[in-house]
Structures are given as C-alpha cells and as structure tokens.
Design a protein around this ligand. Structure first.
Ligand code: ZN
Ligand code: ZN
Length: 891
C-alpha cells in the first residue's frame, strides 16, 4: 500500500475536509443515555462580535475539555449559542439606519425590531462559523440564542416569579445613565477612569446679606439643580450659619443650609452642594431631609427647562458658559486642579450621568446569600483559586441590580400598568385586562431587560427550563464553566444565584478563569488601539491546530499571555515536525498490516523505553487535564512527541527499519505504530485536525494496534478511547538507563560539532571513571549509543587512560574521550587554532582599547558603546573556547 501523505503539511485543505466530515457524521451531537454526562455551556458570544484572541484561548480550552472527556467515554455535551447583546446590537442597527438618514424613533418600535432580526439573520452567524473553523466540537444541533422562543419563555417565568415573591420591584432611583445610548446601566456596566479635572470653589450668597458659603464642585453645571447646602453637624466652622437660607446664583432659588453626618469635613470647604437629581449620595441626603428634586440635565445629556438660560445646551457646553458668568460676577473663589474618577459607558465610553428615573430592580441580598454559602462550602470551585475571593467580595457587597434598559432590542419587561385602577402586575402570557379591576385600559412597560438577565439563566434555560425536560435532568448541573475574569460579576455570580434559586443547585461545579490575552507590549488587545491579532488570520497563515496548540503552550498558568503573530510559529513548527515524523513512520509501516502481537522478551532497549515513556506521558497528561493545568498538559504532549518520539525513538529504530533482519523490523514497526497511535490520541484535544488526518492514514496501514494484544482502532480519533497508562508496560531498567545513554550520545555529538566534523563522521569513544554501575549500563546499551552517537568503537571501563590527542566531555562524573588520531591532522588543526586565536585576540585588544578611551565612551551614542561592549564579551568568550579546544589536542 502506498502512503499518500503529501511532503508538505497544508492545514487549510485538511481542516476543511475533516470539519465537514465530523459535522456530516454528527460526531458532536449527543442525547441522554446510560453513560455519565459531562456538560459545558459556552459563554455565548455577542451576535455583533467577531472572534478575537480572547475567544480563541477560551474556546480552545473548552474544546480540549470536551474532546478529552468525550474520549474518556462520557456523554459529552458542549452546548453552543449566542447572546442578543442588547445595547451593542441596537447600536449597530441604529448606525445602519443613520446611513439611510433614519432614526429608530422615525421607523417605530415594531419596524426597528424587525430590522434587528433581519440584521441578526444576515450577520449574526459570523462568530459561529468562526468557532467551527477553530474546530470547536460543540453540539451544533443544539445551538441556542438568548432571544429565541424557549429562552424568552424562561426569562418571562423568572421575571414573574421574582416579581410575585417581591424580589423584583420598581422604583424611582438614581441610576447610571448613558446619554448616548439613552439607557440605564447597572453599576457593573460603568467603567471608571481617573481623569484630570478641576475643582471650582463657588460662593453662594446668604439671603439678606451677611456673607456667603463657599462650596467646591467638580461639576459646576449641576449647581443649577441644587436644593440645599449641607455641612457636617460637628463642623464648628458653620455652626453660626446652620439653618440660614442661601440664594442659588444664576437661578435665584432659595435653599436651606442643613446638617448631615454624611458630609466629609475634609473635602473642599466642608460645605457641599446638594443636587438630589444628579448625584446618588445627594439623592440619599434629599430623602433624609425631604428636599425637592430638580432635574436640570435630561436623558439626552442636554440641559432641561429648569436650567433657565442654559436650557437646550449640552451639559459640557453649559459648564463652560456658566463658569464664565460666575467668574464675571465674582462668585468663583478659586479653581484647583483635581484628579477624580469618572464613570463611562462600557459600550460607547460616553461619560455616565447619574439620572433619576423609574426603573426595575432585583433585590440581590436574598439571592446572594445562598451563592456565598455555595462558594464557602466548596460546591463551586474556582481555578485559579484566587478568583473565589473576587467572586465572594462582590456578592458580600452586592447592591440591587437595575435590570430595566430603555432599549427596544431585548426581552420586553412582562409588566403592565392599569390606567383605570393603577395596578402594576406581571404576567406569563400577554393579558387582555387588568386582573384587579377588569379594565382593558392596560399598557405594557416600554423597557427591555438587561441582556445579562437572560444570560444568567443560560445553564438551565438552554436545556429546556421551565419545562422539566430529560435534558435538564440529565445534563444539569453542568461540570465546568470556562470564562473570562471580566464577567465574574456580570455573569458567573448571577448564574450561580439564579441556578440556586430556580434549580436548587449550583449551575457548575468548577469555574476556570482563563488568562487575559495581551499584545507583545503587555497592553490589552482592543479595537480602539488596533493591536489585536485576528484568530482567522492566524488560522489562515498557520492553521487552526497551530493556533490552538500555540495558545496552550504560550499561556502559563495563572498569568496573562503576551502575543505577537510570530509567536504562533511555535505551533506551526510543531505541526510540521509531527507531519514529517509521521510521514517517515507511515512510509515504514506500509508492510505492517497484521503483524503478530509481541511478547515482552521481543522488545529492544529503546522499545522498552518508549513504551514506558508513553505510559508516563498518558499519566501526566491526564492528571494535568483533571486539574485544569492546560499549559502543563500541552507541554507533556509536546515533549513526548518532539523529544521522546521524534528525536530519540525514531532515530533509534532507523537501523532496524532499514536493516536486514525482518524479525527486528517487525518489532520496531509494532512499537512504532502503538506509540504513534497513543500520540494521536493524546494530542487530539489540542490539535484535532492534524491528528484526524494522521489517524486515518494510520488506520489504512495498521488498523489493529496494541503491543501485546490487538486493539482495533476506532473509525475516527474523535471517537477514539482516551489512552490508559496501563496499556503500555513500564520498564524500570530502560527508564533508569536511558538518561545516561542519551547524555553520552549528546556528549559525542558535541565533540563532533566542536571539531567541525560532519554529523555522519564516525568516531571512537572511551568512557572511564569510578562509577562501575554506570559503566556497566553503558556497556549493556553499547548498541544504542554506538548507533545514535555514530561511534565505531566504544570502550567503557574503570581506570582507562586519556589518549595523547583527544577531545573530551564529562557525563555523570565519567570522562568521555574521543581520540583525534585519524580524524583530523592534529598538527594542522593546532596551527589553524593558533592562527585563529591570534586573530580573535587582535580584535579583542582593539575593542578593549576603544572602550578604555574615555572620549569614545563619553561621546559616542549609547547604543554604539553598548554594541562595542557586547563585541568585547563575545570575542573574549571565543578566545576562551578556542584555547580550550587547543588544549584538548595535547602537547
Ligand atoms: Zn453608551
Ligand atoms: Zn385595574
């Protein structure tokens, strides 16, 4: 049978072909059965998104776990899907409308939502296609969407139940408002930056004369909405003015000076303006003191009617003009530079405006308590463990969650208002009349729910809840969640709360928090910086396998990973090495069908060793995966493939494969096929495509594998059994002897390269020293050492003398001598080395002279001086090495 493996590895063709076949054969599809389940739900990417390297890493890990557990025999479900991404998607479609000169208000709610759905159908699948290209083995027949019918039912059920239990309420509160997006945001959706601003000291005159009180503010425009000035009750500076009335400049509003414990004596002048409608703390002060609310900044970020002459102006423009006027009137006492934290919308980066409005909230304290308990009792584990603290501290300090969004794209809040009797009620199906008074004059709330409200239900809503389905019973709770630290609050914590509330069980046993992907300078990859690496580009250039395996190898556990496109060469080089090695192996397995099973005594030293290495690699790899140590796991496979199998074993058996003794050849073939089989199984979760390609070729040539007993190979490596360490015998003698044997081979190779001899030049070697045991090992495995070290005569014994002209090395306390007689003309080599030493020393002296010249060191550019220093060090090292080589040649 001829081997059809092309000489060059071309991932594109391979990956497309196997991807198609896997999907056709529905290898990733699963349904409940008698096996034990293993379940992962994907963190649903936004439909607006394209795959970025963070997804690349996150989904590689999920696929490794999925493929590995599938091979282990679990009924494995990796449930895929996407998120409707309220604000983000609405923004995209609004931008499209703007191109047509339209707004969403102009087209109306129904038409707008229809257009978003159309956009979703057309573009929303991009990221799913990209995940498929990466090789993600999700059950694509089960793909879900947070706005699909089933999930919408789950959302509605949860809302109504929480409403009925009083855990959802509506109220007027100060919320984080994005004037650009025109919606409220939850506390976690606000990103805070330190900004260099100013602190204005503004004088408020006391009514009826008698001076003024000065207040300090970073946002002068909000003063138009002031309804009081507050001081700390213990502040002696203001004892006399307490209870007096102030007149608000520009507006002329009269307002009291009040005392409140909340006021910090050390901030500004100790007297603070109170703007209840535009500051969350002032809102609370106003509640305590019964102060009125005056809204001066509207939902659009522009000044309202209440702002008098500034009405209609943008808030920042108003600030400029107002400050000018106050200055002209002598009401600005001073201005100080001031660094303070400014909140920004996480979607559009517009400065957040605290805004008073009617919103819906979830009471979090009651829901958080069981989640805290679950983490403390170890029912949900974090990897790395430090993230448990982050999770707990958020839950312990959790505030009520604002869940209403003033958007059109999302789950519309299932709450109605009765205009006849004022009843507010929630309903599972759209009501026709008010349940209290029967009036038909009812209207539904206009807002939609925060996107995270639906994703909080993801682990059970995707399995059929609120129905008690077979899937739900079988696959829930899921086993592990692999996600990003950025959404521990947004998502992980809320899923734990909702899972406990509605299923009585945590949604997953383990949470693996993956590293953050940074650029080569350690900055976060972002669209605005333009420093991202597109996974699709990397797949196009190196292949999906190379991308996946590089990510695993480069990402050290618990650390963020710095990436540049060239770093993916690591995975590409590995794939090439594997390809070439497998090609060599397959060419030598063409006549290896139906080889008889082996007996232990048939095995050569290197066979016993590689089988033991295989067993050990399987054991280490499995343990690493069980502990979510992906980096360690990747390196086990890498070392096994590259060092053990390619560099040593394949080299060691070449003689037998090419040799004249068929019996020896057959043993080598049998062991080789088994080792390659094990490698493909071990590597498959990391590099699914290349392993499938090689698996199929191996299946053609050697369908029966196994060393001592025949094992029929599975039709696809996707469905192959995970290898067991007990499939392969361990051999203590080979394991103990191999390090010495390979060290000795390396020593002889070093000498050869030191002498400038070709790799194929045969040499003699003498090994001597006190360690009789080690010398015995060397004699026993003389054949291996001679073969790989290209040693013609190997002499090993105690007390052997050093030949007159020889090169030497030391291995495990033993001296290794390679006599030079017959290899090189010693006299000529000595002359060559001496001449070379003279020349290099001359250069060294020149560099030293330059560097001892003060004017050069002081005047030349720093990098030139540095280069000269490096040159001096290099030349000095070369002289040392040449001298030592010369000394080896003897007197
Ligand atoms: Zn925004
Ligand atoms: Zn009513």
């Amino acid at each position: 049978m001829a081997v059809t493996l092309p000489t060059v590895y071309s991932p594109k063709e391979i990956e497309e072909r196997w991807s198609r076949w896997w999907l056709e054969r529905k290898f990733f599809h699963t349904a409940p059965d008698s096996r034990e389940p293993f379940t992962i739900v994907i963190p649903p990417p936004n439909i607006t998104g394209a795959l970025h390297m963070g997804h690349g890493l996150n989904n590689t890990y999920q696929d490794i776990l999925t493929r590995w557990r599938r091979m282990e025999g679990y009924n494995t479900l990796w449930l895929p899907g996407t998120d409707h991404a309220g604000i983000a998607t609405q923004n995209v479609v609004e931008k499209e409308l703007a191109k047509e000169g339209l707004t969403r208000q102009a087209v109306g709610r129904e038409e707008f939502v229809r257009r978003v759905w159309r956009w979703k159908e057309e573009y929303g699948g991009t990221i799913v296609d990209q995940l498929k290209r990466m090789g993600c083995s999700s059950d694509w027949d089960r793909e879900r969407f947070t706005l699909d019918e089933g999930l919408s039912r789950a959302v509605r059920e949860v809302f109504v139940r929480l409403f009925e239990e009083g855990l959802i309420y509506r109220g007027q509160y100060i919320v984080n408002w994005c004037p650009r997006c025109g919606t409220a945001l939850s506390d976690d959706e606000v990103e805070h930056d330190e900004k260099q601003g100013s602190l204005w000291y503004v004088k408020y005159p006391i009514k009826g004369g008698g001076g003024h009180v000065t207040v300090a503010t970073t946002r002068p425009e909000t003063m138009l909405g002031d309804t009081a000035v507050a001081v700390n009750p213990g502040d002696a500076r203001y004892r006399d003015v307490l209870g007096k009335t102030l007149v608000l400049p520009v507006i002329g509003r009269e307002m009291p000076i009040i005392a409140d414990e909340f006021v910090d004596l050390r901030f500004g002048t100790g007297a603070v303006k109170v703007t209840p409608a535009h500051d969350p703390n002032d809102f609370e002060i106003a509640r305590r003191h019964g102060l009125p609310l005056v809204v001066v900044i509207g939902a659009d970020g522009k000044m309202t009617e209440e702002a008098g002459e500034y009405r209609g102006l943008d808030r920042f423009e108003c600030r400029k003009r107002l400050v000018k006027r106050l200055e002209a009137e002598g009401l600005i006492e001073k201005v100080e530079p001031y660094t303070h934290s400014v909140g920004h919308c996480y979607r559009c980066e517009t400065a957040i405006e605290p805004y008073v409005s009617d919103q819906w909230f979830v009471r979090m304290k009651e829901l958080a308590a069981p989640a805290i308990e679950a983490a403390n009792e170890g029912r949900v584990h974090f990897h790395p463990e430090r993230w448990k603290r982050v999770f707990l501290s958020w839950l312990e300090n959790v505030r009520d969650w604002c869940i209403s969004r003033q958007l059109w794209w999302g789950h519309r809040i299932p709450a109605w208002y009765c205009d006849a009797c004022g009843e507010v009620f929630a309903a599972r199906t759209d009501p026709a009349a008010c349940p209290k008074c029967g009036s038909k004059k009812i209207r539904q709330d206009e807002d939609v729910l925060d996107t995270w409200f639906s994703s909080a239900l993801w682990p059970f809503s995707t399995l059929g809840w609120p129905d008690e389905t077979k899937d739900l019973e079988y696959y829930y709770p899921t086993d592990v969640l692999v996600t990003d630290r950025g959404i521990i609050f947004f998502w992980v914590a809320r899923m734990v709360m909702m899972g406990l509330k509605f299923r009585g069980e945590v949604p997953f046993d383990d949470v693996y928090i993956n590293a953050t992907v940074l650029d080569q300078d350690g900055r976060k990859m972002s669209k605005s910086l333009g420093n991202g690496i597109d996974p699709i580009d990397i797949i196009g250039q190196y292949g999906a396998d190379a991308m996946r395996f590089s990510l695993v190898l480069l990402t050290a556990e618990g650390q963020d990973v710095k990436l540049s496109p060239t770093r993916f060469e690591m995975g590409r080089n590995f794939a090439n090495k594997l390809w070439n090695a497998a090609r060599f192996a397959l060419m030598n397995l063409e006549d290896a069908k139906d080889l008889p099973a082996l007996k232990p005594e048939d095995l050569a030293f290197e066979d016993r060793w590689i089988l033991g290495e295989t067993s050990r690699a399987i054991e280490e790899l499995t343990a690493a995966l069980e502990g979510y140590h992906f980096h360690a796991a990747g390196h086990v496979v890498y070392r096994y493939a590259w060092n053990s199998l390619c560099d040593w074993y394949l080299e060691a058996i070449k003689g037998r494969l090419y040799g004249a003794r068929p019996a020896d050849k057959r043993v080598a073939q049998k062991v080789l096929a088994s080792a390659l089989d094990a490698l493909l199984r071990m590597l498959h979760p990391f590099a699914p495509f290349i392993t499938e390609e090689l698996w199929q070729h191996l299946n053609e040539l050697v369908p029966e594998r196994g060393v001592f007993a025949a094992r029929r190979a599975e039709e696809s490596v996707v469905r192959a059994a995970w290898p067991k360490s007990t499939w392969f015998p361990r051999d203590a003698e080979a394991e103990g002897a191999m390090p010495l044997a390979t060290d000795l081979v390396r020593a002889v190779r070093n000498i050869r390269s030191k002498l400038g001899l070709g790799e194929r030049t045969e040499v003699d070697a003498i090994v001597t020293g006190e360690n009789a045991g080690a010398l015995e090992v060397i004699r026993r495995h003389e054949h291996f050492i001679k073969d790989l070290g290209r040693v013609k005569n190997l002499t090993a014994g105690t007390g052997l003398s050093k030949p007159p002209a020889c090169a030497s090395e030391v291995v495990s306390g033993l001296d290794v001598y390679v006599p030079l007689a017959g290899l090189i003309d010693v006299g000529e080599e000595k002359a060559r080395l001496s001449a070379r030493i003279e020349k290099v020393e001359k250069g060294l002296k020149g560099a030293e002279a330059k560097l001892s010249n003060a004017s050069f060191v002081e005047r030349a550019p720093a990098e030139i001086v540095e280069r000269e220093r490096e040159r001096r060090a290099e030349l000095a090292a070369e002289v040392d090495k040449l001298r030592s080589n010369l000394a080896d040649l003897g007197r």
